[in-house]
Design a protein around this ligand. Structure first.
Ligand code: GLV
Ligand code: MG
Length: 316
C-alpha cells in the first residue's frame, strides 16, 4: 500500500462521534475544550464569532493549536464561507500559522463542487509554500442550503481532501423557509413523518457513495440532554458517524449514541467468528449457516464488519 493510501485510510478511521464547537473569539473556551472528551473540536471563525472579532479569533486559534494539549482529538477550524470577504484570509492565516497542528478546514454553506475545489487549490499552495505534506489538510463540507443539498454528490466527490459531509440544520431551515425556530426538532404542524429525513438520507448517501463520514449538526436546546439523545439517536440509527456538540453535557451522550451498544458489538463479533468457521475447509466451506435462530451469510458479515469497526474505533 502506498504512503498516500495509508494516510487516506487513517483519515477515514478518524473517530468523530462528538464534534465540539468552540468559538475562536473566546480564549477561555478554547482552553477548556482541550480537557473535554470530544472526538473532534472545531474552532470557529464563522457564525459564532462577530464580524469585528474575526481577526482576533484567527490569532487565538493559531495560538491555541500551536500550544498543543489537544490529545487525540481531530483538530478542525471552521472558516467563513466563500460568499463573504473573510474566507481567503481565514484559510491563509490559520494554515500558514498552524498547519502542522491542524487536521481539517471546515467550509460552511458549501453550494457547489467548485467551492470545494477552490479551497483545495488554496490549501495546496499554502502546503507547498510552508513545507507541509501535500494533502495534509482535509476538508469538512457543511451542507446548509437548498443548492448545497442539490449538489451534495458532486461536493462529496470534488476533492480527495473531503473527509466529512455535515448537515447544518439552522442555516438549512432558514434556507428553505421552514416555519420553525427550534433547530433539530420537527416543525410543529408537520405531523406526517420526519421533516429532515430526505436531507439526512441525501447527505448519508453522498457520504457513503464517496467514502466520507456523515455528521449530524447541532441541537440548540443545550440543557435538554434527553432531547439531544432522542434526536442524535435518529441519525445514529441511519448510520451517521457523529454529531456536533455545543456544550460539555452533550459530549458523553454523543460518544455513547454513535458507538454500537455492547450487545450489538458482541453479536457482530460472534457473526464474524461464525462466518470464518463455516466458510473454512474444516467448517464445511458453506456459504450460509445458522447462528442460533438466525441465518447468516456474506451480507451478514458485511453488516457485522460495520458494527465491529465502529465498536473498535470506540475502544470496545
Ligand atoms: C450550523 O452551522 C447550522 O447552521 O446548523
Ligand atoms: Mg450554519
Amino acid at each position: 500500500m502506498s504512503a498516500d493510501a495509508v494516510s487516506a485510510e487513517n483519515k477515514a478511521l478518524r473517530s468523530r462521534r462528538s464534534c465540539l464547537a468552540v468559538p475562536g473569539s473566546n480564549p477561555r473556551f478554547l482552553e477548556k475544550a482541550k480537557g473535554l472528551d470530544a472526538d473532534q473540536v472545531f474552532l470557529d471563525i464563522e457564525d459564532a464569532v462577530a464580524p469585528l472579532a474575526k481577526p482576533d479569533a484567527r490569532k487565538n486559534i493559531v495560538a491555541a493549536l500551536n500550544e498543543g494539549g489537544w490529545g487525540e482529538k481531530v483538530r478542525v477550524v471552521r472558516v467563513n464561507d466563500w460568499t463573504t470577504k473573510w474566507t481567503y484570509r481565514d484559510v491563509i492565516e490559520v494554515v500558514e500559522g498552524a498547519g502542522a497542528n491542524l487536521d481539517c478546514i471546515m467550509l460552511p454553506k458549501v453550494q457547489t463542487a467548485e467551492q470545494v475545489v477552490a479551497l483545495d487549490l488554496l490549501l495546496t499552495q499554502i502546503e507547498t509554500t510552508v513545507g507541509l505534506e501535500a494533502g495534509r489538510i482535509g476538508i469538512e463540507a457543511q451542507i446548509e442550503n437548498a443548492l448545497g443539498l442539490t449538489n451534495v454528490n458532486a461536493i462529496a466527490a470534488a476533492s480527495p481532501r473531503v473527509e466529512t459531509i455535515i448537515f447544518g440544520p439552522a442555516d438549512f431551515m432558514a434556507s428553505i423557509n421552514m416555519k420553525s425556530l427550534v433547530v433539530g426538532e420537527q416543525p410543529s404542524g408537520y405531523d406526517v413523518g420526519d421533516a429532515y429525513h430526505h436531507i439526512l438520507m441525501s447527505i448519508l448517501m453522498a457520504a457513503r457513495a464517496y467514502d466520507k463520514q456523515a455528521i449530524d449538526g447541532p441541537y440548540l436546546q443545550i440543557r435538554d440532554t434527553d432531547g439531544f439523545r432522542r434526536v442524535a439517536s435518529r441519525s445514529a440509527a441511519l448510520g451517521f458517524d457523529g454529531k456536533w456538540v455545543l456544550h460539555p453535557g452533550q459530549v458523553d451522550v454523543a460518544n455513547e449514541v454513535y458507538s454500537p451498544r455492547q450487545e450489538d458489538y458482541d453479536h457482530a463479533e460472534n457473526i464474524l467468528d461464525a462466518y470464518d468457521w463455516f466458510t473454512s475447509e474444516a467448517g464445511g466451506k458453506k456459504g450460509s449457516a445458522m447462528l442460533g435462530d438466525e441465518m447468516i451469510d456474506e451480507a451478514s458479515r458485511k453488516m457485522a464488519l460495520v458494527i465491529s469497526a465502529k465498536g473498535r474505533a470506540a475502544g470496545m
